[in-house]
Design a protein around this ligand. Structure first.
Ligand code: SF4
Length: 330
C-alpha cells in the first residue's frame, strides 16, 4: 500500500482547503470502498481528508415536505430513520439490501454514491481497463461479464454501478448537493452520473475538488407505497444481479403515478422512464405491468454471458409492480 498523509477536517471550508492544498488528495468517508481500493493499488491518493467529523445535517424535514439527508449520515442510520421508513420505504429496503451490518455502520451516504464498480478487471491492476487506465481496453467485453451492463453501455466499458441506495434515490428524484471552493451546487441524481461513451474514467458531474454535502428527497406521496427488490447470488452479502425500486399510486384500478428504477443494469442507477410512461394512466393489471417491463428492456443489448439479466429484470419488475398493486387493493 502506498504511503499517504491523513488529516481530519472539522468543517466544509477546512475540508475543501485541505484537498486543495494537497495534490492527489481524496476525501475519506466511511472508507468501505476507498480503503479496499487503496490496498489493491487501484486508488493511490497521496493524502486523505477525513470528513466524518464535518458537521453536516443529519436527516431533517425540508420546508416543502421532503427530507434532507446529510452526506455523512451512515447507511445504518438512514435505513433506520422513522421518516425514511414511513415515507420512502423502498429507500430503507435498498439500504438494508446493501452490504453487511458492519459495513452499513461505517458507510456514508456521500460515499455510497461515489463507490466504484466491482468489475473484476477494474479491481485487478494487472489487467487492462479503460476505466482505470484510459485507452488500455475493456477485457470484460470478450471475457468475464456475467454481471455487466445490458443498458446504456458502450464499446469502451460495460461495467455496472453497484449502489442499491442510488436506485431508490433515482426513483424518488433525489437531488445531490455539494460544495466547492467557488460555492455550492446541486444536481438531480438522474443526471449525476455521466454517460459511459468513450470516457468511462469520468463518472460524475461533480466538479474537481467538490465535497458532497447531502441528498434531498423531494416530497412524493407515491413513495409511501414503494418497494425495493434485489436479486443476488447469495442472500447474506452480495452485489445485485438485478434490482428494482418501484412505487405505484393506484386509484379506481388505474395507475395515477408510477416510479421505477433499475439497478445492476447500467453504469448508473437506471430510471425506467419508458416503463413509467406505459404504466401511467393504464389499468393496474398484470398485462400493463408486463408491457411496462418489456418496453423498458426493449433497448437492452446483453453480452453473450449476461443474457439472463434481461428476462430476470423483466420478471422482477413485473413481480414487484404486481405486489404493489395487490397491496393497494387490500
Ligand atoms: Fe474496465 Fe469497464 Fe471494461 Fe470493467 S467493463 S474492464 S470497468 S472498462
Amino acid at each position: 500500500m502506498k504511503e499517504f498523509g491523513y488529516q481530519r477536517a472539522t468543517d466544509v471550508a477546512g475540508a475543501l482547503a485541505a484537498l486543495d492544498t494537497h495534490p492527489g488528495a481524496r476525501f475519506l468517508g466511511g472508507g468501505t470502498n476507498l480503503v479496499d481500493l487503496m490496498k489493491t493499488g487501484v486508488e493511490r491518493p497521496a493524502h486523505l481528508v477525513d470528513v466524518r467529523d464535518v458537521p453536516l445535517p443529519g436527516i431533517e424535514p425540508t420546508a416543502d415536505g421532503g427530507l434532507r439527508i446529510g452526506a455523512t449520515v451512515t447507511n445504518s442510520d438512514l435505513a433506520a430513520h422513522p421518516e425514511v421508513r414511513r415515507r420512502y420505504p423502498a429507500l430503507t429496503q435498498a439500504v438494508l439490501a446493501g452490504a453487511s451490518g458492519q459495513l452499513r455502520n461505517m458507510a456514508t451516504v456521500g460515499g455510497n454514491l461515489l463507490q466504484r464498480t466491482r468489475c473484476g478487471y477494474f479491481t485487478d491492476v494487472s489487467k487492462a481497463c479503460n476505466k482505470r487506465v484510459p485507452g488500455s481496453g475493456c477485457p470484460a467485453i470478450e471475457g468475464e461479464h456475467h454481471n455487466h451492463a445490458v443498458l446504456g453501455a458502450s464499446a469502451h466499458c460495460v461495467a455496472v454501478h453497484p449502489s442499491d441506495m442510488g436506485v431508490a434515490l433515482a426513483a424518488f428524484d433525489a437531488v445531490v448537493s455539494y460544495e466547492t471552493q467557488d460555492g455550492p451546487g446541486e444536481t438531480p441524481i438522474t443526471e449525476f452520473y455521466l454517460p459511459v461513451g468513450d470516457t468511462p474514467h469520468l463518472e460524475t458531474v461533480l466538479p474537481p475538488g467538490a465535497l458532497i454535502t447531502g441528498v434531498t428527497l423531494p416530497p412524493a406521496a407515491v413513495a409511501s407505497r414503494s418497494r425495493y427488490r434485489k436479486v443476488r447470488e447469495r442472500a447474506s452479502f452480495a452485489f445485485a444481479i438485478g434490482s428494482v425500486a418501484a412505487a405505484l399510486d393506484i386509484r379506481d384500478g388505474v395507475v395515477r403515478e408510477a416510479r421505477v428504477a433499475l439497478g445492476a443494469v447500467a453504469s448508473r442507477p437506471w430510471r425506467a422512464r419508458t416503463a413509467e410512461q406505459v404504466l401511467t394512466g393504464a389499468a393496474a393489471d398484470a398485462e400493463t405491468f408486463a408491457a411496462a417491463a418489456e418496453a423498458e428492456l426493449a433497448p437492452a443489448r446483453p453480452l453473450p454471458h449476461n443474457r439472463h439479466k434481461v428476462p430476470l429484470l423483466r420478471n422482477l419488475v413485473t413481480a414487484v409492480l404486481t405486489e404493489l398493486a395487490e397491496e393497494a387493493a387490500r
